[in-house]
Design a protein around this ligand. Sequence first.
Ligand SMILES: Cc1cc2nc3c(=O)[nH]c(=O)nc-3n(C[C@H](O)[C@H](O)[C@H](O)COP(=O)(O)OP(=O)(O)OC[C@H]3O[C@@H](n4cnc5c(N)ncnc54)[C@H](O)[C@@H]3O)c2cc1C
Length: 406
Amino acid sequence: MRGLAPLPAHVPFEDGDLKFRDEFGAWLEDNLPAAPEPAERRARYEFGRQWQRTMAGAGLTGVTWPSEFGGMGASPVRQYIYYEELARVGAPDFPNRPGLALIGPALIAHGDQEIQRRYLPGILTADEIWAQCFSEPDAGSDLAAVRTSARLDGGSYRIDGQKTWTTAADLSTHAAVLCRTGDPAARHRTLTLLLIDLDQPGIEIRPIRTATGDTEFSEVFFAGAETPANHAVGGPDRGWAAAMTMLEYERGDWTFTDHRPLFAQIRQLWAAVEAGGTPAGAGDRAGELKERLAGAWMRAHQLRELNISVVFRRAAGVPVGFWTSPVKVVWAQLNQQVQQIALDASDLTPGLAGTELGAYLKSRMSTVYSGAIDIQRSVVAERLLGLPRASGDRPAPKSATPGGEK
Ligand SMILES: Cc1cc2nc3c(=O)[nH]c(=O)nc-3n(C[C@H](O)[C@H](O)[C@H](O)COP(=O)(O)OP(=O)(O)OC[C@H]3O[C@@H](n4cnc5c(N)ncnc54)[C@H](O)[C@@H]3O)c2cc1C
C-alpha cells in the first residue's frame, strides 16, 4: 500500500446525495475566498466570519436546521457530505461553530418562538458569535455541580459566578450560560440555561494563555450581569435538557468527518518520511516511523467506519445515544497518536510545516474537551458492552452524558 491513501469507503449514497455532493462541491470551488487565511487569530476569525456570511447568503449554513428556521433541512447523510466537501476544498473554519452546531439546535429544540426569531438568524450569518459557558473551576465532567448563580430581579436575571475554559469568549458577542437557580443539592433539577449579551457591565473576560502560546479560551467572570427573564431556554430550572442537547451535538455534526484530516496527515507524513530517508547514524528510524504510520492508517479506517455507522444510524431514525462515545475515544487517541508520530518524525521531515510541537501540544487536549475520555470509556464499557460498573459511587448514566458528567 504505497502512499497510504485511504481505502475507498463503500458508502451507500443515493443518487440525490451524489447530486448534492457534486453541486455543493462545485459551488464551493467557485466561491472559496481567493485570499489566503490570515495567521493572526482575530484576523482569521473575521475572515471566517466573512466566509460564513457568504455561505449564509447562498442559503448554505445551518445544514441540518429545518428550513422554517432558515436552515438547509439536510438529512444526516447530506450533512456528512457537506462537511466532507468543506474539508475536501480546504474551506475556512466557521467562527460560529458553537452557535451553528450547539446553541442553534438547542434553541430549535427547547426555545420559544420569540427567542428563536430573535437569535437564530444572527447565528446563521455569524452576525452574532456564541460561546458556551458551562465549565467552572469545580464543575467540568461533573457538570451538575455548576455554582454560577442566577436570581430573578424584576424582569431580569442577575448572574454571579465564574466560568472557565470558554472557547473564544473574547471573540464572542453572546453566550449560553448554565446557571444555578435553586438548591444546589437538587443538582441538575435547579439549573437554568440563560442566553446573555456579553457586551455589558458585570462581565469580565480574561483570556487564558496555553502552552502553545494561544489564547483560545478564557475565564469569564459575572458580577451582576443581566439578561431578560424570558431568555431562559426551555424555562426556569429546565436548563439541563437544553444543555444535554448541546452536549449531544458537541460530539456530532462535523466530528463525523474528523477522520479526513487525519488520513491526509498520515499520508503526508508517510510521503515526507519516504522522501527524507534516514540520515546516517539514525538507524532504521524511517522504517519504525512507517510502521507506526501504518498502524495509525488502520485505526483511521476504524474511525471512518464508526463515523459512517453513526451517520446512517441517525439517517435511519435510530437514536445515536451512546454511540458518539466510541467515536470520541477512537478519534482522541488517534489524534494524539498521529501528532506524536509527527513530532517524533520532525527531524526526518524538514519539508513539512514546522508546527509539529504546537499540534502535539494541542492534541493533548483532545482527550479532555467535549467529554473527557475516561468517562467516554466508562460509557462504552457499561452502556454499550454491558460490563459491570467500575465503582458504586458514581450516579447511574442517564443520557449520552451520564449523570451530569460532561
Ligand atoms: C480545548 C478545550 C476547549 C473547551 N471549551 C469549552 C467551552 O467552550 N465551554 C465550556 O463550558 N467548557 C469548555 N472546555 C472545558 C471542558 O468541557 C472540561 O475541561 C471537561 O468537561 C473536563 O472537565 P475538567 O477540566 O474540570 O476536568 P475534570 O472533570 O476535573 O477531570 C479531570 C480528570 O479526571 C477524569 N474524571 C473525571 N470524572 C471522572 C469519572 N467519573 N470517571 C472517570 N474519570 C473521571 C477526567 O477524565 C480527567 O482525566 C474546554 C476544554 C478544552 C480542553
